[in-house]
Design a protein around this ligand. Structure first.
Ligand SMILES: [Zn+2]
Length: 369
């Protein structure tokens, strides 16, 4: 087995704004916790293009983390960004019912086949690499639209045409040309129904390939590839058998792990158990199936959720140390290559509430080394 990777996400500035840490002492605290990598959220591409100092402001923080011996991944949302949609209104995706995604939580969803979006994202990642000099990039929201945290069982999430994306003019025309077919053109809904009824498999493969190509274009055009930057992908955690065997990661999200293995080094399965309302037993299938779909050279990490994030849909209202311990054991026993602790802000809050989870996390990390 390769060396385990223990990463932690830092999606906000609370370590400074609430807890008053200086970036040097914050980096030292993370090193003392025992993690080897941190995943820090980068400014959004439109914000950084209008104010490059936003990116520059993060440089001392990244430098302190690296000086503390930690590997730094910068995280960007590829296809979920309201400001990007304002810049490129024709990147707003369309579902199989012919509806555009105006309502939250999908109001920031972006069609992955838009050239202008891909070029702007590539320039943004190039700026992040130049200014912040990170060790890796973590790509989030790199899938076709879908608010997958709501894809719980008990209650089962009901999939429908509302969840099938993207049938915008650009996607329909490009698929028809690539498949050598003619669409009726009567309406978006009738074109979508025809594609799903008569050309379902080529359509699913085409979507997964277009998503992989979009990711590969961003990594190549930004220089991430030529610089040898490590690439991590936030990956939908579901197994093919979930939801009656419809393989939602591929057929709804468009993420095909075997295809993506050509572009991505490390796959973070976003196994947020409280959000997804799942039992730890499920984790064994999740990890083993991902490992089966990937070449042995690719790493599989699992998210370890520290505190509750969403309510409703029969979700638990808390995560106690027992839940954390059982989940971490299940991840390790399933053969994952490591953890992505989510998040540092939650652990900082725990330290002011007695630190029981923090103490357990130290034990969990020690068990991996
Ligand atoms: Zn589209």
């Amino acid at each position: 087995m390769r060396n385990a990777c223990i990463a932690i996400t830092i999606d906000d500035q609370q370590w400074s704004t609430i807890y008053g840490l200086h970036h040097v002492s914050a980096a030292a605290a993370l090193r003392d916790l025992g993690v080897d990598s941190v995943v820090v959220r980068a400014p959004s591409p439109v914000r950084s293009a209008s104010n490059p100092r936003d990116v520059l402001a993060d440089r001392p923080w990244v430098e302190s983390l690296q000086n503390a011996g930690l590997r730094v991944f910068v995280a960007i949302d590829l296809f979920d960004d309201r400001a990007l949609l304002e810049r490129f209104p024709d990147a707003r995706p369309v579902n199989a019912l012919g509806e555009q995604s105006w309502a939250p939580p999908l109001d920031g969803a972006i069609c992955p086949t838009h050239d202008g979006v891909i070029e702007l994202l590539s320039a943004h990642v190039a700026t992040l690499l130049d200014v912040l000099a990170p060790d890796g990039v973590t790509l989030r929201s790199a899938h076709f639209p879908g608010f997958w945290p709501d894809w719980t069982i008990e209650p089962d999430y009901p999939f429908s045409g509302e969840d099938q994306w993207c049938f915008c003019d650009r996607c329909r025309a490009a698929f028809a040309a690539d498949a050598g077919i003619t669409l009726s053109g009567v309406s978006i809904g009738s074109d979508a129904a025809g594609i799903l009824a008569l050309h379902r498999q080529p359509w699913l493969i085409w979507r997964a390939r277009r998503l992989t190509l979009a990711i590969d274009r961003v990594l190549t055009a930004s220089g991430a590839r030529s610089r040898g930057i490590e690439t991590m992908l936030a990956t939908l955690p579901f197994v093919a058998a979930d939801f009656g065997g419809i393989d939602v990661r591929r057929t709804i999200g468009g993420q095909d792990l075997a295809m993506l293995a050509g572009a991505i080094d490390t796959f973070e399965l976003v196994t947020e158990m409280q959000v997804l309302n799942r039992h730890p037993v499920w984790l064994g299938q999740v990890v083993r199936e991902a490992i089966r779909q990937l070449p042995g050279s690719r790493s599989v990490l699992c998210a370890l959720q520290i505190s509750p994030h969403h309510q409703g849909r029969n979700r638990a209202s808390q995560i106690d140390v027992g839940d954390l311990s059982v989940t971490a054991d299940a991840i390790r026993q399933a053969g994952a290559d490591g953890l992505v602790l989510s998040s540092w802000t939650d652990l900082l809050a725990d330290q002011f509430a007695g630190g029981r989870k923090t103490a357990l996390v130290r034990e969990i990390i020690a068990a991996w080394s």
